[in-house]
Design a protein around this ligand. Structure first.
Ligand code: NAD
Ligand code: UDP
Ligand code: UDP
Length: 324
């Protein structure tokens, strides 16, 4: 698939997990990429291989502050994504989603850029409808520990659609479901990174609750493909569109895959379920299939193998630094 001619592209949160993979693809396509990050959860390590590329530029900046640059497209990914990180400073999390969206939409309006928003399955909260279609409005607690993230992202969607209706800004809103892969933060507390790190270290594997809650895990390469396809759609396509895997599994089943891949002898142990932890989550991706001609192609086992290889390498490097 071709994505059009060379453009100036801004990626906010570009040094993070998804952002760095997106920068890889955009740089490879020959676009001039401006990667913006405040390095809250992102790292230079994630983009180190891009730093000397002539069409890549890194800028330290916080999206809650205005930004004046000239670009054709904006991918707004800046926002901590794991509960451990977004609950560390909840007020800053809401500011990042809301003020960040206002600034990126204001920028898009001024320079007439297309703007992509990384929204989330969390806008559905703990869903009563299963699987979740885009028309479902969700069940979200406005005052809980997850609210800074969920409500921040919901408000960002509101802003995107109001800038579209009121100011004719071209918007692309995608609701991302659980995604995993290399460059996930090893300590972000998310289930895939936690379980793989515990298995590799021979530590006990922590299952929250009874481990029977479900998620549907999408490999990062598939997700980036969906994001690029969304940006390439015509102006009539605004979203929101769900993107993610439909292979729903229990967290316990995920632990079994991780143990098999890493050949770990770790024990499974049970810990209390965090509050507002959704019981089930699976996207309805009918729209993504129709509009983007997209569906994930990476099998869970293959994705877990690549992710485990990345974390094993990271642990070996940390060991080498310690031993020096
Ligand atoms: P991540 O934490 O690896 O990336 C987020 C990046 O944003 C980091 O590099 C961080 O330093 C940066 N950032 C945070 N606050 C910022 C600010 N105020 N100004 C500038 N930069 C800031 O997480 P990720 O998994 O790559 O998520 C990327 C986006 O995708 C997020 O918006 C997230 O909400 C969304 N998303 C991710 C998933 C997933 O499963 N990975 C699911 C749904 C939605
Ligand atoms: N903004 C920005 N870069 C731009 C244009 C605007 O960061 O190139 C920010 C600025 O902080 C502004 C916000 O986006 O407050 C919203 O812009 P808009 O034009 O919608 O509103 P206003 O300027 O009236 O506040
Ligand atoms: N989880 C778990 N053990 C862990 C980390 C998470 O059982 O070490 C569970 C968590 O309670 C949730 C699921 O795995 O039910 C997915 O958690 P994650 O934080 O990765 O994503 P989210 O809850 O945002 O979908």
């Amino acid at each position: 698939m071709r994505y059009g001619s060379t453009k100036k592209v801004l990626v906010t949160g570009g040094a993070g997990f998804l952002g760095s993979h997106l920068c890889d693809r955009l740089v490879a396509q020959g676009h001039e990429v401006l990667c913006l990050d405040n390095f809250f959860t992102g790292t230079r390590y994630n983009i180190r291989h891009l730093l000397d590329r002539p069409n890549f530029e890194l800028m330290r900046h916080d999206v809650t502050f205005p930004l004046y640059v000239e670009v054709d497209e904006i991918y707004n990914l800046a926002c901590p994504a794991s509960p451990v990180h977004y609950q560390f400073d909840p007020v800053q999390t809401t500011k990042t989603s809301v003020h960040g969206a206002i600034n990126m939409l204001g920028l898009a309006k001024r320079v007439k850029a297309k703007v992509f928003q990384a929204s989330t399955s969390e806008v559905y909260g703990d869903p009563e409808v299963h699987p979740q279609p885009e028309e479902y409005w969700g069940q979200v607690n406005p005052i809980g520990f997850r609210s800074c993230y969920d409500e921040g992202k919901r408000c960002a969607e509101t802003l995107f659609f109001d800038y579209h209706r009121q100011h004719k800004v071209q918007i692309k809103v995608v609701r991302i479901f659980n995604t995993y892969g290399p460059r996930m933060h090893p300590n972000d507390g998310r289930v895939v990174s936690n379980l793989i790190m515990q298995a590799l270290r021979g530590e006990d594997i922590t299952l929250y609750g009874d481990g029977q809650q479900t998620r549907s895990f999408c490999y990062v390469d598939d997700m980036i493909e969906a994001i690029l396809r969304m940006m390439a759609t015509g102006p009539e396509i605004t979203g929101p569109i769900n993107v993610g895997s439909q292979d729903e599994i229990t967290i316990r089943q995920l632990a079994e895959v991780v143990c098999a891949v890493t050949q770990s002898k770790s024990r499974l142990i049970f810990r209390p379920l965090p509050s507002d932890d959704p019981r089930r989550r699976q996207p309805d991706i009918t729209k993504a299939r129709q509009v983007l001609g997209w569906e994930p192609t990476t099998r869970l086992r293959a994705g877990v193998e690549r992710t485990a290889a990345y974390f094993a390498d990271l642990l070996a490097r940390q060991g080498a630094v310690r031993d020096r």
